[in-house]
Write a protein that binds this ligand. Structure first.
Ligand code: FES
Length: 109
């Protein structure tokens, strides 16, 4: 039997295993529309963004050493929460709600 959800049901979809996230430092959905990391300031919480650069649409890459997403095209940088750190991007990356459910990383878009 299904249990009744305590919160209004949002559509969470599985992105990958927590073990994979912890191995790679980042999880990217197969369609490259969602990237998930652990919050560098609070490893218990997850942060999810759309990794499509808001400059011209390249896919940004998470750089754990810089604690930033870096765009391979024109070097824009974004914070873990999607905020712009470096030009030429001007708009932040869209963010999503991410959480862990039974060993899986799930994201609501
Ligand atoms: Fe990302 Fe230009 S497309 S900086």
């Amino acid at each position: 039997p299904e249990s009744v959800a305590a919160t209004p049901s949002k559509n969470f979809k599985e992105i990958g295993a927590v073990a994979q996230l912890d191995k790679d430092g980042v999880l990217v959905s197969s369609d490259k529309q969602i990237a998930v990391i652990r919050d560098p300031k609070n490893k218990d919480s997850l942060l999810a963004v759309n990794p499509t650069c808001t400059h011209k649409g390249c896919t940004v890459l998470w750089k754990a050493d810089k604690k930033a997403y870096v765009c391979p095209c024109h070097d824009a940088e974004f914070a873990p929460d999607g905020a712009v750190l470096e030009k030429p991007a001007k708009k932040p990356l869209p963010t999503y709600t991410a959480k862990i459910d039974k060993g899986q990383v799930v994201v609501s878009t």
